[in-house]
Write a protein that binds this ligand. Structure first.
Ligand code: C2E
Ligand code: CA
Ligand code: CA
Ligand code: CA
Length: 280
């Protein structure tokens, strides 16, 4: 028989070993950080083409005592891998409900205003999701319609029947869905209307190329038309330049989100920004 072994099959790989050690260290640090309240949600506004403030997206941040502000791509995958994502979601959800409650108390929002939360695949599959959402909105006395659940396009491409069932149950409770990173996945766009979706978000990679008059422009144009024909709100994310905004206005997108409007802000700065924006 063929001999196994040899260097190519040896288990010990110093690079892999370091990677695993770093991951385990990060996991321990995340657990410590949860206990020390180092995680919180930042909020990035979304406006209509007419300038109306229509919502915000909650984006998790880690305010590390020595490393400073850490963005989600550096810890979400590890949190998912080690089963810590649920705890982070709870923090974000409570931050959102607290913000909406404050905005409501100050009469700074109407029923149309909603805050989006990113839901990972594992959380979406969890039977606990509905329970946690309902319990938390009741505790903070806010309406389910003010929470928008962002799931990625890729999550629609799995078991369609169970996906529709989960979405329908949450929709029946009054929650709304937005499809994130739209255009990057492999879902069948023609089947989009099979899902109870209120909004789609065009991925930043297409917005980056919208002024090139090539593929990027055509994709954005097609997605906006698709949204119109299915009566789904279309949000352009990652809008950084006025020229991109102007093009999206011509193409008749519904909402925009991006550094052109504002960067994600902590709750205090967001409240100030919100108050100033609605005064205009
Ligand atoms: P995403 O959901 O696609 O979020 C949009 C990302 O684009 C955010 O990065 C946001 O800060 C960034 N962004 C917004 N406007 C602009 C712009 O004009 N220019 C540029 N260059 N970037 C812009 P962030 O906050 O680092 O989040 C990265 C990803 O981490 C998110 O991508 C999302 O997939 C994930 N994530 C964030 N918060 C959560 C969370 O609470 N739970 C879960 N499960 N995932 C989260
Ligand atoms: Ca998102
Ligand atoms: Ca996105
Ligand atoms: Ca519309």
């Amino acid at each position: 028989s063929k001999a196994k072994g040899g260097n190519s099959c040896s288990f010990y790989d110093p690079k892999l070993q370091t990677l695993l050690e770093n991951q385990a260290e990060l996991e321990t640090d995340i657990v410590r950080a949860i206990i020390n309240n180092e995680f919180c949600a930042y909020f990035q506004p979304q406006i209509s083409m007419q300038g109306k403030l229509v919502g915000a997206e909650a984006l998790i941040r880690w305010l590390h005592p020595t490393k400073g502000l850490i963005t989600p791509n550096q810890f979400i995958p590890i949190a998912e891998q080690y089963g810590l994502i649920q705890k982070l979601q709870t923090i974000v959800l409570r931050n959102i409900c607290s913000l909406v409650n404050q905005l409501d108390a100050k009469n700074m929002i109407d029923e149309q205003f909603s805050v989006s939360i990113n839901i990972s695949q594992r959380q979406f599959n969890s039977t606990e999701l509905k329970n946690e959402l309902c319990t938390t909105i009741n505790e903070f006395n806010i309406s389910p319609a003010q929470i928008k659940l962002e799931i990625t396009e890729t999550m629609l491409s799995g078991d369609i029947n169970s996906t529709i069932k989960q979405m329908a149950e949450l929709k029946a409770q009054g929650f709304v869905f937005s499809i994130d990173d739209f255009g990057t996945g492999y879902s069948c766009l023609a089947h989009l209307n099979a899902f109870p979706v209120q909004e789609i978000k065009i991925d930043k990679s297409f917005i980056d190329k919208i002024l090139d008059k090539g593929k990027g422009f055509n994709i954005v144009n097609t997605i906006i038309s698709l949204g119109k024909s299915l009566d789904i709100t279309v949000v352009a994310e990652g809008v950084e330049q006025q020229e991109q905004f102007d093009m999206l206005n011509i193409l008749d997108a519904d909402y925009v989100q991006g550094y052109l409007i504002a960067k994600p802000m902590d709750a205090t700065n967001y409240l100030t920004w919100h108050a100033q924006h609605i005064k205009k």
